[in-house]
Design a protein around this ligand. Structure first.
Ligand code: 5GP
Ligand code: MG
Ligand code: MG
Length: 193
């Protein structure tokens, strides 16, 4: 049998370990639990993940939120197979749940230029959401191009500030690979050059 390359060998540096990610996710989930538990039960949030990148973060996040929530996904793609955003996120999958009159928490892996969340906030507003919060594991403010306004009394939850590197792991991909790494790291430049 031929030996396969180990995906860890393609990582230059680990930025956040599995343990650090897990503690941060618990922190964010308790903030969400706290913020939404003061509202009546009809206000329990609809958690909308942005596929595919947010799938692991969302799975860990909802298991730590101590409130009844509903879960749905939208699909937005802006990178294709490269490492630079095209700037025009393509929404290729609609929410299944009715978000009319609901408080939505939009869950992202990373906010980079801001194009994707900006587009999705408008989309959820048009669908009748009462508020839209954004919950992102990583925020890369150095690359922000679009200023976005949260809807209603929506809040911005952010895990870690990400330095201006292309990162992979814990849901984040390069060319659809590396999503299954349990940590987040910087990809070796020779992999994408
Ligand atoms: P934005 O629309 O804010 O520019 O980018 C949002 C999407 O681009 C993110 O949801 C993510 O899928 C992708 N993205 C942005 N920065 C990175 C990065 O450093 N690594 C990876 N793998 N994806 C990124
Ligand atoms: Mg994403
Ligand atoms: Mg991607």
């Amino acid at each position: 049998m031929s030996s396969r390359r180990c995906i860890d060998d393609d990582i230059l540096t680990v930025l956040w370990t599995q343990d650090q990610l897990s503690h941060k996710v618990e922190d964010i989930a308790s903030q969400i639990t706290h913020d939404f538990s003061s509202s009546s039960s009809s206000c329990c949030p609809v958690i909308v993940g942005v596929a595919t990148g947010a799938f692991l973060f969302l799975a860990d996040l909802v298991r730590n939120i101590k409130l009844p929530v509903t879960v749905d996904f939208v699909r937005a793609e802006s990178y294709g197979s490269g490492t630079v955003s095209t700037g025009v996120p393509k929404l290729s999958c609609d929410v299944k749940l009715d978000v009319t009159g609901k408080h939505v928490v939009l869950v992202e892996d990373i906010v980079d230029t801001g194009n994707t969340v900006s587009r999705l906030i408008s989309y959820l507003e048009a669908k009748g959401a009462t508020s839209v919060s954004v919950c992102t594991l990583l925020d890369k403010p150095a690359r922000r191009k679009v200023h976005f306004e949260l809807l209603g009394d929506g809040k911005f939850y952010s895990g870690f500030e990400c330095p201006d590197y292309f990162v992979v792991g814990y849901g984040l991909d390069f060319n659809e690979q590396y999503r299954n790494l349990p940590y987040i790291g910087v990809l070796k430049p020779e992999i994408y050059k």
